[in-house]
Design a protein around this ligand. Structure first.
Ligand code: TXA
Ligand code: MG
Length: 310
């Protein structure tokens, strides 16, 4: 952030909006993770996101909106189930995959016929979105394939030199990315478990939610190896196994996920993985949480962190 930046939050929000209007890329807080945001209608600005992140073109970005009232500016043929979910869950950690409106840039959708949309629930970014008035394309503000950021310091450490500004909104309350639901299939499908529980979404849809992705729309970017720290991550079934494994492993090790509820686990997971790297830890034993609620998202992320790319 430039040394001359005003310190007060309102002034920082104004500065962020001004930079976004001028086609700059800004780090923004959301309730899930920090995002790397640019004007979704500005092809060059969105292109800069890919360059900064080192993300291959063709990986689509989520469009963030200020409110549900803007939904029909970005998507067409919106099914009732999407309105039902949006009504109940926005602002919040839910992304809906919908048929794109014709004007949506190919660089945003990866050339697909769908667009991912969400209304984030963070007061600072809500203020940015309402003053900006348009959609913001934003992936998580980490380098491609690395651990997502849940504090402004994480963003500054990873990308600080490359972004016009990082708007500090404190620690992310949820800590894992949004749940993505594909609303283009006859029965909506979960593409990515995330910050809103699949059980809750299934209840809202009266049991009419498919818990996994079966179709060709499987989100690109959902690579097996993703969210990866430098240290090795080994998933273990319970705390006792983790302690035994850590005490017998000769490498510098650490255990995460013991004596913690799913909400705290989710909120802290990425900070713990980053801290392990920072502290020179070679292997992290991550205790598998129960397969319910936020546990699904945590299980998904630690499995991806544990997969070694070939
Ligand atoms: O919580 C979140 O969703 C955060 C915050 C910043 O909003 N964003 C986020 O963005 O996690 P990203 O780009 O790191 O992950 C978005 C995922 C990617 O796997 C992408 O491929 C998928 O959503 N996605 C987005 N639009 C899509 C589309 N049209 N079709 C299929 N997958 C899509
Ligand atoms: Mg990401």
């Amino acid at each position: 952030m430039p040394a001359s930046a005003p310190s007060d939050v309102e002034a920082q929000i104004d500065l962020a909006v001004d930079l976004l209007r001028r086609g700059q890329v800004v780090g923004l807080p959301t309730e899930t993770v920090y995002g790397l945001a640019a004007d979704a209608t500005n092809e060059e600005a969105v292109g800069a996101i890919f360059a900064i992140k080192g993300r291959p073109l063709g990986h689509p970005l989520i469009v963030h909106l200020g409110g549900i009232d803007q939904l029909d500016q970005w998507a067409v043929d919106i099914p009732d189930c999407a309105y039902t979910l949006a009504d109940r869950c926005w602002p919040g950690p839910l992304t809906l995959l919908l048929p794109r409106a014709a004007h949506v840039l190919d660089i945003v959708t990866g050339g697909r016929d769908t667009v991912g949309i969400r209304v984030p629930a963070h007061a600072v970014t809500q203020a940015v979105l309402s003053r900006f008035g348009r959609g913001l394309a934003a992936p998580s503000a980490n380098r491609f394939g690395r651990v997502s950021p849940t504090t402004a310091d994480h963003v500054r450490a990873d990308l600080g030199a490359d972004v016009a500004m990082v708007l500090d909104g404190g620690d992310c309350a949820v800590g894992v990315e949004s749940t993505i639901i594909d609303c283009t299939t006859p029965v909506p499908q979960v593409l990515r478990p995330g910050g809103i529980a699949i059980e809750d979404l299934d209840d809202i849809l009266c049991g009419n939610l498919h818990p996994t992705s079966t179709g060709p729309r499987r989100a690109p970017g959902m690579l097996a190896s993703h969210y990866a720290p430098r240290c090795q991550v080994i998933v273990v079934p319970d705390a006792a196994t983790a302690q035994v494994a850590a005490s017998t492993d000769r490498r510098r090790s650490r255990v995460i996920g013991t004596d913690v509820g799913a909400a705290d686990y989710a909120r802290s997971l990425y900070s713990w993985l980053r801290a392990a790297d920072h502290d020179g830890i070679e292997v992290v034993f991550a205790v598998q949480p129960a397969a319910s609620g936020l546990g699904f998202a945590i299980r998904d992320r630690i499995a991806r962190a544990a997969t070694v790319a070939d």
